[in-house]
Design a protein around this ligand. Structure first.
Ligand code: GUN
Ligand code: FE
Length: 426
């Protein structure tokens, strides 16, 4: 066991923040040998409960849960910052050519190494990740995640049509590969598999039906895809599936909406779609830096809350412009404020933080496992330095409330504020 004394951030079940100005976090093994939170709370209340356990004192620091990124593409690490006239030209011009290189296992391994270094520097300890259509890209991803002891979820992209040579897969083979990868990786230590149809336009009906069938056979496996991101994409889906009530409804028809299904974007949706998400237990991965960068639109936070559609935050690298959860939270705030095409609102700083930690974990069905520092949660946590830059130091020192303190970090923070990252306690 070990213990750290510093300010401590965690969340109640209803999402309200609990900031202990002088807190104690005690981590150690549980009955299964996992490194978990044994106690978290005020130093004054816990100081006598763990005699003999060494306490590391970190004055001026904040201990917080590791961030959870609900959607990103590790093979697009080198696509960040590629400008294009919206989603579909961006895919053709940059994304597919880059992804084609992941047929090469050595290339995939070297990008995976860089990718996980980058996630770690930014304090992201769990993520739901697209590989490419090449099974070797999935092996590279999980091999590296396993070596680092991370709780990571990922999968092989399914795309058997409307995709260029080099990334297009074969319907039957793609489904066999998915089954084989589930067998190889799902539930190995902290790893989880996600069935990954890219999006409706690149998947034949047979491939979507096959994906839905695999999802039915493996209820504890995740599903990830994209939906209703961009107006041209939505129009294309309407042509391809004229009988569907909506774009989202195509996924329902193929059995791809359920708990543990996470759909990136959900921008051009209506209340019936939001209700369908709620009723099936599927969740939205809100990707504000990507949506601003590609000009896709503005996620309607008010609509999501009103209907009760589960959602959390995501970087969507490489459409997204940053691995930093601080940048993503700030962009979500900007998107929330936008009030012409939808109701504008000010998302509370603690709400933004929750959406990128405990709320994102809930969207994944991993509430109480990651994303929080409640007793029994896995011990993935950060030591944050709120004085990492002169301006941060000045602004956080002047904060008069928990919300002001968190907002100063969100607006001014970046990887310089992430001093240490503990994965499974270490
Ligand atoms: N829709 C289908 N593929 C992609 C992708 O790689 N990135 C984004 N942002 N949207 C997509
Ligand atoms: Fe994406």
């Amino acid at each position: 066991m070990k213990a750290l004394r510093a300010a401590l951030l965690r969340f109640d079940d209803d999402g309200s923040p609990r900031l202990e100005a002088d807190g104690l976090l005690v981590v150690g093994s549980d009955a299964q040998g996992r490194q978990v939170v044994r106690a978290a709370g005020a130093w004054s209340a816990l100081r006598d409960d763990f005699p003999g356990v060494a306490v590391e004192h970190l004055p001026g620091r904040l201990i917080a849960p590791g961030f959870v990124d609900l959607h990103l593409h590790y093979p697009q690490t080198d696509v960040i910052g590629s400008p294009a006239d919206g989603l579909l030209p961006w895919l053709e011009r940059y994304t597919f050519p880059h992804e084609a290189r992941f047929a090469d296992a050595d290339h995939a391994a070297s990008v995976a190494t860089f990718f996980f270094d980058e996630l770690q520097r930014h304090g992201v300890t769990t993520a739901l990740v697209f590989a490419t259509s090449h099974p070797a890209s999935v092996d590279a991803f999980f091999t590296e995640a396993q070596a680092r002891g991370l709780r990571m979820i990922g999968g092989k992209v399914l795309q058997d049509r409307h995709s260029p040579d080099g990334v297009r897969d074969d319907t039957e083979q793609s489904l066999r590969d998915t089954e084989a990868l589930i067998g190889r990786w799902h539930g190995q230590g902290r790893l989880g598999y996600a069935i990954t149809p890219r999006f409706v336009p690149t998947c034949s009906d047979a491939q979507l039906a096959g994906a839905g069938e695999i999802a039915r056979q493996h209820p504890d496996v995740w599903i990830q895809s994209h939906v209703a991101e961009n107006a041209d994409e939505v129009a294309w889906v309407r042509q391809l599936h004229p009988g569907a009530r909506s774009y989202l409804d195509v996924y329902r028809q193929f059995g791809l909406l359920r708990e543990r299904a996470v759909y990136a974007h959900c921008i051009h949706v209506d209340d019936a779609d939001r209700a369908l998400m709620r009723e099936t237990g599927a969740a939205a991965a809100v990707s504000p830096t990507s949506n601003l960068f590609l000009g896709s639109g503005f996620f309607d936070h008010e609509g999501a809350d009103r209907i009760g559609m589960r959602h959390g935050l995501a970087s969507d690298v490489g459409g997204g412009t940053s691995f930093s959860p601080f940048h993503t939270m700030l962009a979500a705030y900007y998107v929330g404020r936008e009030g012409r095409g939808k109701p504008g609102m000010s998302l509370a700083p603690s709400r933004l933080w929750w959406l990128h930690t405990a709320g994102a974990a809930r969207a994944l069905g991993l509430e109480g496992v990651v994303g929080n520092l409640a007793r029994g949660c896995e011990a993935d946590f950060l030591v944050i330095n709120p004085a990492a830059t002169p301006l941060l130091a000045r602004r956080t020192a002047a904060a008069g409330s928990v919300e002001e303190f968190l907002f100063a970090l969100i607006v001014l923070g970046d990887d310089r504020a992430i001093e240490r990252v503990h994965v499974a306690g270490a």
